[in-house]
Design a protein around this ligand. Structure first.
Ligand SMILES: [Zn+2]
Length: 226
């Protein structure tokens, strides 16, 4: 870490990494440090000149990030998402959004009292998108093995007693929203399980043989649910 003293007494702290980048890149962090990457042909003198030229911009950005940090709080609650536990941070902000950033679930909002609601909406939207993606994966795989899966409607539901269900006569699969706490592969195992019921209505040996043939890691990932 190096400190540049500006003529007016202000300071810029920076950390330099030599990388094969085209020019000089900067990234400003909330701790007030400027992370600079530059290739070996750019001299320290030149880097410090650039930082000095951009001092107003840099120090403003640092101030902005520090203020944002002060306006934010880590909540007591955390959330399990796809097999990992994330702390939840609420950041007061004019525009509303939720994002998984720097290993935190961040709720940017002007209405912190609604943060929980916004987080739930984010989870439902993103979990639904994931299930849709996995559904396409399962169907493609089945078709490539010459099994034609029936047209299927997928619902995401908060269920108390089951991870999934399949109404094979109606072409309807339900997936438990609570699976969002588990790894992607575990969600996939539940989807495979429900699809397998189209061909085997019970939990017979043939059912599991079908399952393991198409998803060999079925037991490994599904056993996390016990
Ligand atoms: Zn079953």
């Amino acid at each position: 870490m190096t400190t540049i003293k500006l003529p007016d007494g202000r300071e810029i702290k920076y950390e330099l990494t030599r990388k094969r980048v085209k020019n000089v890149n900067m990234r400003i962090k909330a701790d007030g440090t400027v992370y600079v990457s530059a290739n070996t042909r750019v001299s320290i003198k030149r880097i410090e000149e650039i930082l000095t030229e951009r001092a107003d911009y840099i120090l403003n950005a640092v101030k902005h990030l520090q203020e944002r940090e002060q306006r934010s709080e880590i909540t007591a609650q955390s959330m399990r998402w796809l097999g990992k536990e994330y702390p939840v941070r609420i950041i007061r902000n004019f525009s509303e959004r939720v994002a998984l950033e720097e290993n935190e679930l961040r709720v940017f909002t002007a209405h912190p009292e609604e943060a929980q609601q916004k987080l739930s909406e984010w989870a439902v939207t993103n979990f639904s998108a994931l299930v849709e993606e996995l559904n396409a994966e399962v169907r493609t795989m089945l078709i490539s093995c010459n099994f034609k899966p029936p047209a299927t409607r997928i619902s995401i539901k908060d269920m108390k007693t089951r991870w999934g269900s399949c109404s094979y006569t109606r072409g309807h699969i339900s997936i438990n929203l609570r699976l969002m706490a588990y790894p992607r592969e575990t969600v996939l195992s539940v989807l495979w399980h429900e699809y397998a019921h189209y061909w085997h209505h019970d939990h017979s040996e043939r059912f599991y043989a079908f399952l393991c043939e198409h998803y060999p890691e079925y037991h490994r990932w599904n056993s996390l649910l016990r």
